[in-house]
Design a protein around this ligand. Structure first.
Ligand code: HEM
Length: 90
């Protein structure tokens, strides 16, 4: 991963759905990942992975495969941390 990390708000995250020419971002455990490069490699397929795009997906991820170590797998996709709209203004 390369610093500096972005401070990503829920409203920014919401736009990053992987559709309309935008990258796919997801937030897990307070960290924001650009999952676009991983899409073709996801064993569950692109459509399943995109269910987690543009949103906080820790719970969804844990419901499907709690044994998968996403922090290791997505280390190079880490782009920022999730902050509240209010924190972003400070
Ligand atoms: C497998 C869904 C995110 C890594 C799967 C499978 C599903 C799924 C349904 C089962 C495929 C099968 O056995 O036929 C989702 C959903 C996600 C998500 C809804 C939304 C957050 C991720 C992420 C990673 C990941 C972020 C890793 C960075 C994997 C791996 C497998 C897998 C390694 C194979 C697990 C195994 O067979 O033990 N996923 N996935 N997934 N996914 Fe995801």
């Amino acid at each position: 991963p390369s610093a500096p990390y972005l401070r990503v708000t829920p409203s920014m995250l919401k736009k990053m759905t992987g559709r309309k020419g935008k990258d796919a971002w997801t937030a897990m455990g307070g960290k924001v990942y650009n999952i676009t490069p991983y899409l073709p490699f996801h064993p569950g397929g692109e459509a399943e992975l995109l269910r987690g795009a543009g949103r906080e997906s820790t719970k969804l991820f844990g419901e499907v495969h709690p044994w998968v170590n996403y922090e290791n797998m997505l280390a190079s996709c880490l782009i920022g941390i999730l902050v509240s709209e209010r924190e972003a203004e400070e």
